[in-house]
Design a protein around this ligand. Structure first.
Ligand SMILES: Nc1ncnc2c1ncn2[C@@H]1O[C@H](COP(=O)(O)OP(=O)(O)OP(=O)(O)O)[C@@H](O)[C@H]1O
Ligand SMILES: [Mg+2]
Length: 263
């Protein structure tokens, strides 16, 4: 198994010392070639769980009262900073809702892609630049050379999102985590972006796709988990069976809402 999250609890300690529980007893697994859709209402703990995998939640305030996150058999909750740095980007690529979460406003797009490539791969600068341009083309950006010269703020939201996908996928990660990759975009751009993720992630890689929108998730996922108030209330190994029948009342409400939205 590529990723096994076992009885994970995630909490935050606020400035006054009070503890907020964001997730409790969450168990999820994900193997190569699978796309796990994690759905649930705002605040249900989806990001807290997903961003814990590459340890992207600053701790403090986040901490882990319980559980393990086995990635390629090793618990990321026990890895050193050096080990974590190595797997981030290299083994795990992340696409955020807000592209500025992974793009620096200070550097040209091309330079950011090249730097990322040089950090993780033993290639020359010229080769890195070539790969970067190739990926800007792969995410269907018109005129990759112009995009490479641009600063992030000179691109539209949809273009930034594409750049971020290129950045996350160009290192051929074993796991792609996409946390609400499309919510900031209008509906037609959302479809394009998801189609890109679907097309470009390697057949052998796994995707953890987070959304509060079941329609978005059903488009890509091979399996599903539903979160509510920090807990997984339903898991489905078969997405079409899940759409035909939901075990949990909250899942039924989500499906009913998704059906309403799609007509
Ligand atoms: N830095 C933080 N400090 C304190 N509490 C936090 C922090 N980040 C998240 N939380 C709390 O943890 C809970 C889960 O939040 P989380 O962001 O994981 O939910 P989510 O399902 O991703 O929601 P959304 O769909 O809105 O992105 C919420 O109650 C939230 O208020
Ligand atoms: Mg979230």
């Amino acid at each position: 198994m590529l990723l096994e999250i076992e009885s994970l609890s995630v909490s935050y300690r606020d400035a006054a010392g009070a503890v907020v529980s964001a997730a409790r007893g969450v168990s999820l697994s994900l193997d190569r070639g699978e796309v796990l859709g994690l759905v649930g209402e705002s605040g249900s703990g989806k990001s807290s769980v997903a961003l814990s995998v590459p340890r992207l939640l600053p701790s403090p305030p986040a901490f882990y009262p319980e559980g393990r996150i086995l990635f390629e058999g090793r618990d990321v909750l026990r890895m050193s900073i050096d080990e974590l740095r190595r797997i981030r980007g290299d083994r795990i690529g992340v696409v955020f809702q807000d592209p500025m979460g992974s793009l620096s406003p200070l550097w040209r797009i091309g330079d950011q892609l090249v730097e990322t490539m040089l950090l993780h791969r033993d290639v020359s600068k010229a080769a890195a630049r070539e790969i970067a341009l190739e990926w800007l083309g792969k995410v269907s950006l018109p005129d990759p050379a112009r995009v490479a010269r641009a600063y992030p703020h000179e691109l539209s939201g949809g273009m930034q999102q594409r750049v971020m996908i290129a950045m996350a996928l160009m290192l051929d990660p074993a796991l792609v985590i996409a946390d609400e990759p499309t919510t900031a975009l209008d509906v037609t751009v959302q479809k394009d972006i998801l189609s890109l993720v679907k097309k470009l992630h390697a057949a052998s890689s796994a995707v953890l796709l987070i959304s509060h929108d079941l329609g978005v998730v059903s488009f890509l996922s091979t399996k599903l988990a539903v979160m509510k108030d920090g807990e997984v209330v339903e898991r489905a190994g078969d997405v079409s069976a899940f759409f035909a029948h939901q075990a949990h009342p909250y899942s039924r409400a989500l499906v009913a809402e998704a059906r309403k939205m799609s007509v």
